[in-house]
Ligand binder design. Structure first.
Ligand code: DPP
Ligand code: ZN
Length: 878
């Protein structure tokens, strides 16, 4: 396995200006002919041309129509003695789509052909310089059996189609925009399509299409609406127009990732396209909107301007996640609905990116090296990358950011560039900004890994009536980076008086750009309550010794909804970790219960916000808090404390839960707007609490109501909420409901995924949940071959259910190791993702630590482990 290093980048020896690709599609053996116009790079004369290829069979190589000599070196096809002038290169090869279980390159799914080329799938289709800085104009001819594959799609515009002999037909597509090979796509399948013609603000006509399997058409309306909204948003917010006559989305059920932004032909995991009220939850509706937006926004940030090399992945991903997050916030509308979205995004960042940044896979937003690039499609590159863009926007302001984006496109449209180019454009468009004046230091966010710890301390001086805030920062060592330079950290803040009223004029954004700095606030009568890092203005861990009284004030009064929520979470964390550290049962105090009651009864607060406040921090988040403090993590102690707290909230707030259920359990006809979604979320949380308490009291009433709700529900959010209440509350009615649910949705793959996931997420109790997971893995509907299905049990258990995964006998670790080894044999990308489940093994207490290490070694011991999984386990054990 070889390491690829960022600093070894060299420009390509040759440019490929045009590619004429022809496919004779047969599942067992597909013939590919590629005719390329090649131009030597004048900056690197006399170099051989190296073409990437993997798992394909070469049959012929011609240059200007003549056969030439070639050889293979390090898996590449090498051509030397090449003309110094532009020439035509023709390659013929075959590949075997139906044997392609990796789902990278050209593969079959449900009887159709689909492609996935990012990052390095194109080389599994034909020999090519498979790197993002080689951009070509593609013309594609597809030939296939007309009955089995009636739809023939590729990037760009359809220029010709017709019939051939022997029941075959063909289509020719031309994409006028030069693009790197990772954005190539083709689809040949039996699909139906929802189509809509639109005219944009600027008066351009476009055809939008969403392709799915027959029977799924009624689940495409939301995706289409989301696409239309995305197009309008990008034009209004960033002045970026759709540059294609036709824009297509195709859904496929076997897919390693969420979705892919191929130019004009996005290919999506069905999970992020299909949504109907009967089969998809509110969360699914939100995900469809944001993923459709994300892939559409790539059309400019990713496709028109792409990455010079894969180390720059965050150039397109961080920026595009930032854009899709802003889009979803704008779609949510109200200030508080925006805050809800921000809280959910931050919760996600802390749940996955923070642990990544603290573990063996910690890497900068712009990594320095990799063995398998697929391993670097990470929370750091995506989500921390989005936070880096957001900080830039904070430092230059909303309009300044728009100016920066305009300059970025003016400078780089049509190019393959770097993260430095992006930051430079934003800074150059705002020369006097806090970003431009600190640009070199700011860019450390791209170069240094690890989550900075931001320490805050306040000192009030009654004599001068002033309050001094001192901020200091420190970033722990990460693999390969021991000492860190200070980051530039924007700290949005404001001050409150003890009674919760805001201190006038105290709102500002402090910019910490050294190890320690102080700021003084004058004309204060008493020590203020500080609301720091409002809206989570930087991806840091804030270490701020706020008193309980201060946290209660912030929870009740802060003008910043994010910090209100944050204060509530801190109050919960203190209690949960207090019990874990003391090894004592958790007993909730009246002050905390009163505060929670006040939140639930506050008529000025949205349901969605209440639901977030009353949802306890996850077990994974609590584990990280302990790990940060250098304390060994006992997942079972955390689980026990959290379960005890849930039980008390269910019992002691019973009246409120019942009142909320009455007020919000009927939202009328289904609409996935923020207000209705918030009401459903809160009603479901109330029901979960009511059932939990009813089971503890052996009371049948609420369990019966939940079962009735499950049966009568008019939409999936309510139905799954009721099912979850029964299963996670361990009601005796759960088994029957599960059985009915399965029977009801037997034919809906995405719903059956939910059926598995819901059971895998059940709070562990005496090992029953893990036992159930193990037996579900043998269920006739379970399969490791379909990534969504594989993840429904395995990812849910490892990422979301520490109580079931971390067992003192190590049996769940052994189960995990066995599945990773098995999956690695046919789908390394899926396996290596799953292999990261025990990244944080060093933080565990005994006996978990030793058992986890043994399980990772078990994976590492597999002969012929893929480079992908090898990289993960090697780093984990290093
Ligand atoms: N580029 C895809 C996305 O993030 C993933 N490969 O949209
Ligand atoms: Zn993306």
């Amino acid at each position: 396995d070889t390491l690829t290093r960022r600093e070894d980048y060299v420009a390509p020896s040759h440019w490929i200006r045009t590619v004429d690709l022809s496919f004779d599609l047969e599942p067992a053996k597909t013939l590919v002919i590629s005719r390329m116009q090649v131009e030597p790079n004048a900056d690197r004369p006399g170099q051989p041309l190296r073409l990437d290829g993997e798992d394909i069979t070469l049959t012929r190589v011609l240059i200007n129509g003549e056969s030439v000599s070639f050889h293979f070196e390090d898996g590449q096809l090498v051509l030397d003695k090449l003309p110094a002038e532009p020439f035509q290169l023709e390659i013929r090869n075959t590949c075997a789509p139906e044997k392609n279980t990796q789902l990278s390159g050209l593969y079959t799914s449900g009887g159709g052909f689909f492609t996935q080329c990012e990052a390095q799938g194109f080389r599994r289709i034909t020999y090519f310089p498979d790197r993002p800085d080689v951009m070509a104009v593609f013309r594609v001819t597809l030939k296939a059996d007309a009955k089995r594959f009636p739809m023939l799609l590729s990037n760009g515009n359809l220029v010709e189609s017709g019939t051939l002999d022997k029941g075959r037909h063909f289509a020719v597509w031309h994409d006028p925009h030069p693009k790197p090979s990772y954005l190539f796509a083709l689809v040949a399948a039996d699909l139906v399509c929802r189509e809509q013609k639109i005219r944009t603000r600027s008066g351009q006509d476009h055809t939008l299409q969403v392709y799915v399997r027959a029977g799924d058409l009624d689940k495409t309306e939301h995706a289409m609406n989301s696409l239309i909204a995305s197009i309008a948003w990008d034009e209004a917010r960033f002045g970026l127009k759709l540059d294609l006559e036709r824009f297509m989305i195709v859904a496929v059920s076997d897919f390693n990732m969420g979705a892919m932004e191929n130019k004009g032909l996005n290919i999506f995991n069905t999970k992020f396209v299909l949504a109907s009220p009967a089969t998809a939850t509110d969360v699914d509706f939100g995900n469809v909107e944001s993923v459709v937006g994300h892939e559409y926004f790539h059309n400019w940030t990713g496709n028109r301007i792409t990455c010079r090399d894969w180390f720059q992945l965050s150039l397109k991903e961080g920026l595009t996640v930032y854009r899709d997050q802003e889009f979803s916030q704008d779609m949510a509308g109200s200030l508080s609905a925006r805050a809800v979205k921000r809280i959910e995004d931050v919760r996600g960042l802390r749940q996955t990116q923070f642990p990544e940044d603290a573990g063996p896979m910690a890497h900068p937003v712009r990594p320095d090296s990799y063995q398998a690039i697929d391993n670097f499609y990470t929370a750091t590159v995506y989500d921390k990358g989005a936070e880096v863009v957001r900080m830039m926007a904070t430092l230059v302001g909303r309009e300044g950011f728009r100016r920066g984006m305009d300059l970025y496109f003016a400078r780089h449209d049509g190019q393959a560039v770097t993260c430095d180019d992006f930051a430079q454009a934003i800074a150059d468009a705002n020369p006097d900004s806090a970003l431009a004046t600190r640009l070199e230091a700011f860019k450390r966010w791209y170069a240094q890994a690890g989550t900075p710890r931001l320490k805050a301390a306040g000192r009030f001086d009654a004599e001068t009536r002033s309050w001094t805030l001192t901020l200091s920062q420190h970033t722990p060592a990460t693999p390969g980076q021991t000492d860190k330079w200070p980051f530039v950290i924007p700290v949005a803040m404001g001050l409150l008086q003890a009674d919760g009223t805001p201190v006038a004029g105290s709102e500002r954004v402090l910019v910490l750009d050294s190890a320690q700095q102080s700021w003084t606030f004058d004309a204060l009568d008493a020590a203020p309550v500080a609301s720091l890092l409002r809206g989570f203005s930087a991806p840091v861990i804030l270490d701020w010794e706020a008193s309980e009284a201060e946290l209660f004030t912030l929870l009740g009064h802060d003008a910043d909804a994010f910090n209100r929520w944050e204060a509530g979470q801190r109050l919960a964390v203190t209690r949960l970790l207090g019990a874990v550290r003391a090894g004592a049962p958790l007993v909730l105090d009246a002050a905390y219960l009163d505060a929670m009651r006040a939140v639930l009864r506050d008529e000025t607060l949205d349901c969605a916000f209440k639901e977030l406040v009353l949802t306890l921090p996850s077990e994974g988040y609590l584990a990280e808090r302990l790990a940060e403090a250098g304390e060994p993590v006992d997942p079972q102690a955390i689980h026990a404390a959290r379960e005890a707290m849930r039980a008390q909230l269910a019992r002691d707030l019973h009246e409120d839960w019942a009142a909320l259920w009455d007020a919000h359990s009927n939202t009328g006809g289904y609409r996935p707007d923020p207000v209705s979604c918030g009401r459903r979320a809160l009603a479901n949380l109330a029901l979960a609490n009511l059932v939990l308490d009813a089971v503890a009291r052996e009371d049948a009433v609420w369990q019966g109501r939940a079962l009735q709700r499950f049966k009568d529900a008019g939409n999936m959010t309510d139905r799954l909420g009721a099912l979850g209440a029964l299963v996670h509350g361990r009601s005796q009615l759960a088994a029957n409901a599960l059985e009915r649910f399965h029977a009801m949705f037997r034919g809906e793959a995405l719903v059956i995924d939910k059926w598995f996931a819901l059971q895998a997420a059940a709070p562990e109790h005496d090992g029953e949940v893990f036992t159930q997971i193990r037996s579900l893995a043998k269920h006739p509907d379970y399969s490791l071959r379909n990534p969504n299905r594989a993840r429904s049990l395995l990812m849910t258990m490892t990422a979301l259910n520490p109580g079931a995964f971390h067992r003192a006998d190590g049996s769940a670790y052994a189960f995990w190791a066995e599945k990773v080894r098995e999956i690695d044999g046919f789908n390394p990308q899926l396996a290596s993702r799953l292999a990261r489940a025990l990244d944080r093994w060093r933080a565990l207490a005994e006996p978990y630590r030793t058992l986890a290490r043994a399980a990772i070694e078990q994976v590492a011991a597999k002969p012929e482990l893929s480079p992908d999984t090898r990289e993960i386990v090697t780093r984990a054990l290093a």
